[in-house]
Design a protein around this ligand. Structure first.
Ligand code: IDP
Ligand code: MG
Length: 152
């Protein structure tokens, strides 16, 4: 059985502000396993599908314009409880309401410039991983020091 996986993306503001290492480092230090990573400028089709649930919202066009405005770091992280725990590490959607210690709480101010995306549920994670990655882009591997993170 494959362990739980989630889709995480560093948005164009995070890349432009040089926060890639900072954000990646938090997931690495936590101990989750990186199974896919790439940089791309998303097409409008990809962005519209990714944010499809927000299609009717007034901010939808602005959101799509923003997410397609520059490079995004798309990632898949794996580990027990990674979907909900990554959301807690990311913090509330509005950065000014996000707890200190979270990525948005520490690194952002504006709701439209909130640095990072993370899947919000198991079904969303499966959908988003399949949307952004092909199966051969996902690595199944065992970190050499995994025994020091998770008891067998
Ligand atoms: P999430 O990223 O915390 O899951 P969602 O509600 O799924 O938040 O919204 C997706 C993204 O759309 C947010 O991260 C934020 O950048 C943007 N967004 C959400 N609500 C608003 C709003 O009211 N105004 C402008 N942008 C918004
Ligand atoms: Mg969301």
């Amino acid at each position: 059985m494959t362990a739980e996986r989630t889709f995480i993306a560093i948005k164009p503001d995070g890349v432009q502000r040089g926060l890639v290492g900072e954000v990646l480092g938090r997931f690495e230090r936590k101990g989750f396993k990186l199974v896919a990573l790439k940089q791309l400028i998303p097409s409008r089709d990809l962005a519209q599908e990714h944010y499809g649930v927000h299609r009717e919202r007034p901010f939808f066009d602005k959101l799509v314009n923003f997410i397609t405005s520059g490079p995004v770091i798309a990632m898949v992280w794996e580990g027990e409880g990674v979907i909900s725990n990554a959301r807690r590490m990311i913090g509330a959607t509005k950065p000014l309401e996000a707890d200190p210690g979270t990525i948005r709480g520490d690194l952002a101010i504006d709701i439209g410039r909130n640095v990072i995306h993370g899947s919000d549920a198991p079904e969303t994670a499966v959908f988003e991983i399949g949307l952004w990655f092909s199966a051969d882009e996902l690595s199944s591997w065992e970190p050499a020091d995994q025994i020091w993170r998770v008891e067998e």
